[in-house]
Structure formats: C-alpha cells, structure tokens
Design a protein around this ligand. Structure first.
Ligand SMILES: Cc1cc2nc3c(=O)[nH]c(=O)nc-3n(C[C@H](O)[C@H](O)[C@H](O)COP(=O)(O)OP(=O)(O)OC[C@H]3O[C@@H](n4cnc5c(N)ncnc54)[C@H](O)[C@@H]3O)c2cc1C
Length: 199
C-alpha cells in the first residue's frame, strides 16, 4: 500500500493551492479528485482583485480578462464605478487548477483524477484512506499521516453523513451566457456586472 505524508482530497482551487504550498520535494503529497477532467466542472470564473496575481504568484495564463469597472444593476437603478487602470482579473478556473497542480507536480506531488473518496480507517501511525476509481469501480487504499478535506461545500471527508451542516441554504439561479465577442453587447470584457433584483 502506498504511503504519503499528506493526502489532499478535492482538487478545486483550494486543494490545488494547498498541494502547491505543501509540495516541497521532501513531503510525499497526493491530491485526488473524483472529477476526471477539470473541464467537467468548469462552472465558475472568479472575479478577483489584481493584487492576488502577485500575492499568490499566479501564472499569467490563468487570466482570461482584466477589469477596470464594476457595474451594479438593481431592479430600479444602476451605477458604474470606473478606473483608468486595471483593478482586477477574471480567472479561467480550469487553467487555474491545472497551473497550480503543474507547480505541485514539479515538486513531485502525485495527482490522481477520477478517484472518489469512500472512507477513512484509523491506523497506528495515521490513516488508511479508501478510494474508488470511478471508471473501473476498482477500490484501493493508501496510508496517510495527514488528510486535508478540500471537498468544498460537500465536506465529503469530515462530514460524510452531512449532519448538522449549519449552512445558510438559499435558492438562486445562475446563467452561463455565451456570446460572440466580436459583436457589441450590453456587457463588456473590462467590466464586472452584478445583476441584483427580481427582473
Ligand atoms: C455553478 C457555480 C458557479 C460559480 N460561479 C462562481 C464565480 O463566478 N466566481 C467565483 O468566484 N466563484 C464561483 N463559484 C464558487 C466557486 O466555484 C467556489 O468558491 C470554489 O470552487 C471553491 O473552491 P474549493 O476548492 O474550496 O471547492 P470546490 O471547487 O468545490 O472543489 C472541491 C472538489 O472536491 C471534489 N470532491 C468532492 N467530493 C469528493 C469525493 N468524495 N471524492 C473526491 N473528490 C471529491 C469535487 O469534485 C471538487 O473538484 C461558483 C460555484 C458554482 C457551483
């Protein structure tokens, strides 16, 4: 059975950045995700202040657009705040995750996609973690001293029964709008638009 110092379960932005931080070439780190391909859950792109590019030493390739304006539209009013210089970026989440993992893999981090976490067993010097390969349904275990639950809101490791989640549950609707960038549009690449209200 393979042994690791740290096993990170979940390769979202948090898990990938964690893998990148912990991989120093000395620790044995494994990051796994049930997703086979990051394009399969590429729902989001994050609008973030420009400072995070240097703060997290992000590769320029994860930036899909820069923005220098914010527009808030409500049911009755709207307002635009503008700056002459770029204030923020919109990231491509698939490229972000791939880029963070590429850095981690350079420092010998192992990555296993299409691998679903099943359960943990306590062991004398740590844990045995059981996984399932989602294509073959083959199950296998690895040993780890430390486990990181980076499964986001699913909390698949620390709260598999989903008891007392204590979350604020809301209902919302999100549209992913694809439009031809060559035509003029109400929306602009250099502006973050927030639409609030009921119509
Ligand atoms: C539809 C949608 C649209 C969004 N839009 C935006 C946006 O425009 N801008 C923005 O900033 N944020 C957006 N978000 C939020 C953003 O996606 C999250 O804040 C961010 O992804 C959280 O990162 P994370 O790494 O903590 O968790 P996640 O990205 O949720 O990553 C958790 C990972 O754990 C894996 N996992 C879960 N259970 C298991 C298991 N049992 N075994 C193995 N792996 C497992 C999942 O496959 C996933 O890859 C959106 C979210 C959704 C769902």
């Amino acid at each position: 059975m393979k042994e690791y110092d740290v096993v990170i379960i979940g390769a979202g932005p948090a898990g990938c950045q964690c893998a990148r931080k912990l991989s120093d070439g000395k620790r044995k780190v494994l990051v796994i995700d049930k997703i086979k391909d990051f394009n399969d859950n590429d729902f989001s792109s994050a609008g973030a202040p420009i400072e995070i590019v240097d703060q997290f030493n992000l590769s320029r390739e994860v930036i899909s657009a820069h923005w220098n304006q914010i527009k808030i539209s409500t049911s009755k009013n709207n307002h635009i705040w503008k700056s002459d210089k770029a204030l923020g970026i919109v990231m491509d989440f698939t490229k972000l995750k791939k880029s963070l993992l590429k850095d981690a893999q350079r420092k010998k981090c192992e990555v296993s996609l299409g691998t679903k976490f099943k359960k943990i067993q306590k062991h004398t010097e740590g844990y045995i973690i059981h996984f399932e390969d989602i294509i073959s349904s083959h199950t296998f275990g690895v040993k780890a001293k430390v486990i990181v639950d980076a499964t986001g809101p699913q909390r698949a490791v620390i709260n598999p029964q989903k008891k007392n989640l204590n979350l604020f549950i809301g209902i919302g609707l999100e549209y992913l709008i694809e439009f031809d960038r060559t035509i003029t549009s109400e929306f602009s690449e250099s502006r973050l638009d927030f639409l609030l209200g009921y119509k």
